[in-house]
Design a protein around this ligand. Structure first.
Ligand code: GUN
Length: 291
């Protein structure tokens, strides 16, 4: 069994980005600049945004964190986004989700300039991805594609079962894997909560991508020998033995499934760390112009 080490791979990618930034600075040009907008004080969101800002520093990017109070109006947030859209010193920015309930998330995403939408959530970028045009691929699917490529996992003609049809992970993943591209050309089944006899599908899969958000859902009896297993789950499960009071659990029963798999991502240390590296990569793309 080979561990698909997201921690190491993301460190490699960050190093590559840092090198590009060094080159940029050597030419006397300004560094790429990423901004993040955080509304409210959701614990997980604060952790994620903090990690994104720290990663910017590591690679030599400028970063700006805009913290807004929980009761920020939708109008005030849209004005903030407009300011970022029009600020020539900001190459890309993200609005951390979820947003407070009184704010329409879709409206917010639609207001972001697609050329600065380094999350790849804007319909223009989702459309570009679907058509196989240059775009910002959202961080999780982009990170998984990068892991498959760097570990040279064959995907052409393989059967991939993606469990989960979210706009951010399952759906784009299924599109990318079926495209004529690197780590593509796969035959993809997209499964979800209404799928009948999921086990019979996953048992046929050469690659399983578990992105449904149910801890340890994928068990050893559901996978065939030598399958490649990608675990996208990051559920916080209460655990008194941990200092934080919880542990991060994936969608895969790692202990049992790793005995059958040829390759598997651990949780934590698999897909998770890749997402930040890919956000940085998107911001470098935004800086260089995605054209
Ligand atoms: N919340 C959880 N993941 C993400 C992400 O990738 N981008 C944004 N903007 N919010 C998130």
């Amino acid at each position: 069994m080979i561990l698909l080490d997201g921690k190491k791979t993301s460190a490699d990618i960050k190093q590559e980005i840092a090198k590009s930034v060094e080159e940029i600075k050597k030419q006397g040009r300004r560094a790429p600049h990423l901004a993040a907008v955080l509304v409210g004080i959701d614990g997980a969101s604060m952790t994620y945004v903090g990690a994104k800002v720290k990663a910017c520093q590591l690679v030599g990017f400028e970063s700006t964190l805009i913290k807004l109070p929980e009761d920020t109006s939708e109008k005030a947030l849209l004005q903030q986004i407009e300011a970022l859209n029009n600020n020539p010193d900001i190459d890309g920015f993200i609005v951390q989700l979820p947003l407070p309930k009184h704010i329409d998330e879709q409206k917010v995403i639609m207001s972001i300039d697609p050329n600065k939408d380094v999350d790849g959530f804007h319909p223009v970028n989702v459309g570009r991805l679907t058509l196989g045009l240059p775009t910002f691929i959202s961080a999780t699917p982009f990170g998984i594609m990068e892991l498959l490529e760097r570990y040279e996992i064959p995907t052409s003609g393989k059967h991939v079962v993606v469990i989960g049809r979210s706009h951010i992970v399952g759906r784009p993943m299924s599109i990318l894997l079926s495209q004529k591209r690197k780590a593509g050309n796969a035959t993809v089944t997209i499964a979800h909560s209404r799928t009948k006899d999921l086990k019979s599908l996953t048992q046929q899969a050469d690659i399983v991508i578990a992105a449904l958000g149910i801890p340890e859902f994928l068990t050893a009896d559901m996978v065939k020998d030598n399958a490649v297993i990608i675990d996208v789950g990051i559920t916080r499960v209460p655990d008194d033995s941990k200092k934080k009071g919880y542990r991060i659990t994936g969608d895969v029963d790692f202990k049992a499934v790793s005995n059958k798999a040829s390759h598997i991502t651990p949780v934590p240390g698999g897909v998770g760390p890749m997402t930040i590296a890919m956000l940085l990569k998107n911001n470098l793309l935004a800086y260089n112009g995605i054209g």
